[in-house]
Design a protein around this ligand. Structure first.
Ligand SMILES: *[C@@H]1O[C@H](CO)[C@@H](O)[C@H](O)[C@H]1NC(C)=O
Ligand SMILES: *[C@@H]1O[C@H](CO)[C@@H](O)[C@H](O)[C@H]1NC(C)=O
Ligand SMILES: *[C@@H]1O[C@H](CO)[C@@H](O)[C@H](O)[C@H]1NC(C)=O
Ligand SMILES: *[C@@H]1O[C@H](CO)[C@@H](O)[C@H](O)[C@H]1NC(C)=O
Length: 362
């Protein structure tokens, strides 16, 4: 029994294993990065020598490992050709260094080497950052924050995300002995083996820190209890449209096995986008109010049901570097046919990016 089948048999809805897998869409967060601001230890700046926000060496290692788990799941049983065929695998990434580097390290683990032992790295498509509304959140837009502004009584139209973090720290930070301004530093540095944080920092990062981060990311995303239609569409509307288009193409496949659509599409993005997508596809609770780990992925498998020939979408969470593909139970007791999944997510799908107001009127 393959690893993949063992994992699939753990899934609640897995009559799946005998149905034909038509395509896999992966929405994945970049690997371990340095904190965006602050450092948790005196050694941090040396360990994260590429600087704030950049992928770390352990991030590269973890991403490669994460890729290996996908290789075992989808390549070793020859669903996808390990020589890399451009019509089979499509990779697209947000154009920030940590995502592009993650995409390269992840895909390096999927394919055979050349006969001279060089890695085969597929093309990684990207739009430049300012024009990428599919995989890059645009949090500097001034509109779309009315709910956040009124929740925290914010009056300054500039940099609402930063003001919201400060306000949220006042109401929701309950780690004694840890300065709130280090919330990103302790969570980002926790998985790094070379970092030895003081005990209070470590203990905070493990649970409370990650839960605090979830609240903040959910708010930025416009998801969950911080639902905001404009914000969530701005963050994930184009990607939703892309995923629905991909499911529809697979649904129309006329050959069995299906050879008409890419077998795997990989979208490298950020935690904000991942939570927005989880909300849109109704699987947000699977995160347990804990921020997505580095390399965390939502995996959308499109299957053809052998019993009724209809196609359906099964969503799995592959949170970080642990080998488990966890079911989100999106099929359990629910209609997860392509038609039903499309109907539920369609209101969030957009085909043009939402204009971004950078200057407040008056
Ligand atoms: C590709 O080459 C590297 C370096 O020699 C090696 O570690 C890796 O296992 C090889 N991969 C495959 C799939 O053979
Ligand atoms: C916002 O202002 C209202 C009314 O002045 C007040 O009741 C509320 O506690 C304030 N909220 C915060 C988070 O400061
Ligand atoms: C959420 O909690 C369940 C039950 O404790 C656990 O199995 C699962 O791994 C958790 N998910 C995450 C993303 O931590
Ligand atoms: C496959 O089709 C059968 C018969 O209509 C149905 O009972 C079953 O729930 C379907 N499986 C999935 C995962 O949709």
């Amino acid at each position: 029994m393959s690893f993949r089948l063992i994992l699939a048999s753990l899934a609640a809805a897995s009559a799946a294993s005998k149905d034909e897998l038509l395509s896999v869409n992966i929405v994945i967060r970049h690997g371990d990065r340095a904190p965006s601001f602050g450092w948790a230890t005196d050694d941090s700046e040396d360990v994260f020598f590429r600087g704030h926000d950049e992928l770390s060496d352990s991030g590269i290692d973890h991403v490669y490992e994460q890729g290996s788990h996908f290789r075992i799941a989808y390549f070793d049983n020859e669903i996808v050709d390990r020589r890399f065929l451009p019509h089979e695998v499509y990779v697209r990434s947000s154009a920030v260094n940590r995502c592009l580097m993650s995409a390269a390290s992840f895909t390096r683990s999927l394919f055979y080497n050349t006969s001279k032992k060089n890695p085969v790295i597929p093309p990684i498509y990207s739009n430049d950052k300012d024009n990428d509304y599919m995989l890059q959140p645009h949090l500097d837009c001034q509109d779309g924050w009315e709910d956040v502004k009124s929740k925290f009584n914010l009056t300054d139209p500039d940099d609402v995300p930063l003001q919201a973090a400060a306000a949220l720290l006042k109401t929701d930070w309950d780690c004694q002995y840890v300065p709130g301004k280090l919330f990103d530093a302790i969570v980002a540095e926790l998985p790094n083996e070379l970092i030895h944080m003081r005990t209070a920092y470590k203990d905070c990062a493990k649970v409370k820190g990650k839960k605090f981060m979830y609240k903040y990311i959910e708010l930025l995303a416009g998801a969950g209890s911080n639902f905001n239609e404009l914000r969530i569409k701005r963050n994930a509307g184009l990607l939703t449209n892309e995923l629905l288009k991909n499911f529809a193409e697979a649904d129309k496949c006329t050959t069995a096995p299906c050879s008409e659509v890419p077998k795997m599409r990989i979208y490298y993005t950020h935690d904000v986008t991942e939570l927005a997508i989880a909300h849109i596809f109704g699987v947000l609770p699977v995160f347990n109010y804990t921020t997505p780990a580095f390399s965390s992925a939502l995996v959308f498998e499109t299957y053809r049901n052998t019993t009724n020939q209809g196609s359906y979408v099964q969503i799995l969470l592959k949170n970080g570097e642990k080998p488990l593909f966890e079911p989100t139970n999106n099929c359990y007791k629910k209609d997860c046919s392509v038609a039903a999944v499309t109907k539920a997510a369609k209101p969030f799908a957009i085909t043009e990016s939402i204009p971004c107001k950078k200057v407040q009127p008056n």
